[in-house]
Design a protein around this ligand. Sequence first.
Ligand SMILES: NC(=O)c1ccc[n+]([C@@H]2O[C@H](COP(=O)([O-])OP(=O)(O)OC[C@H]3O[C@@H](n4cnc5c(N)ncnc54)[C@H](O)[C@@H]3O)[C@@H](O)[C@H]2O)c1
Length: 263
Amino acid sequence: MTCEDERLRGKHALITGAGSGIGKAIALRFAREGAEVVVNDIKKEAAESTVDELKEFGHECFAIVADVSDSDQVQRMVKEYYSKFPSLEILVNNAGIGGSMNRVVSMPDEIWDRAMKINLRSVFLMCKYFGKLMIKQDAPEGQVRGKIINMSSARGKKGRANFAEYAASKAGIVSLTQSLALEMGKHRITVNCICPGVIHTPMYGPVTAEALASANQIEPPCLDYKPVGDPEDIANVAFFLASSDSDYMTGQSLMVTGGRLFV
Ligand SMILES: NC(=O)c1ccc[n+]([C@@H]2O[C@H](COP(=O)([O-])OP(=O)(O)OC[C@H]3O[C@@H](n4cnc5c(N)ncnc54)[C@H](O)[C@@H]3O)[C@@H](O)[C@H]2O)c1
């Protein structure tokens, strides 16, 4: 069922990695708020399954299967997107992979390169190829033209042993968000990022929320009634960043961790 006030009605949104976890929760939330949503994922079945759930809201939606870390595939995605939707008001760069649990001194080079490619290069490519069209879109005078929301991590603000490649790739997203916000401000496009704490998603495999909480007790959240977050906790913040309530915010990184890791 859609929300009564449908605050994203008339907006077109593209969410990467929306076949699962946080991206899927964001897609569902945006559709509930009236947005027309394009679901990207590298996994066809996952993307199509999210689209099937979105159809329930009765707005236009479709899937684009592509690897967002590959320049040719992102450029093909741009063509496919604009062949069906006239404009892009909300871009969510969410696709990513987790850490490898390697120490730096014994980390295979390929593990480092893979994290940089999938987690960071993908955000650069999406912002480059979609951003250059977003800045040309018509927008009423005095109103924000578009919103870019990047998915970093609390690890992008504070490193952790055995997570170096993941933390560095996510710190790169915080920095890219700031630089891009400075470039995009004059085009009336806001660029912000979310730094989630530990969120119970398929990224961790078939572990229970309880097991995930007990594996992450080094820095417990101060909201101890809820030791790990749900994808919807992140979707709520993504909705805020997509809505006009955040129009006067750009270049920011929001920690959404239940109080874990104050930095
Ligand atoms: N779950 C957490 O605790 C947590 C914490 C901080 C940040 N994050 C970040 O949130 C984002 C979503 O994570 P999640 O927990 O929902 O994971 P998830 O594994 O449930 O979902 C990630 C999705 O991204 C897709 N994907 C991966 N590589 C891709 C590529 N190259 N092109 C297109 N799609 C690709 C996957 O197929 C998957 O459907 C990631 O960027 C992750 O780093 C997650």
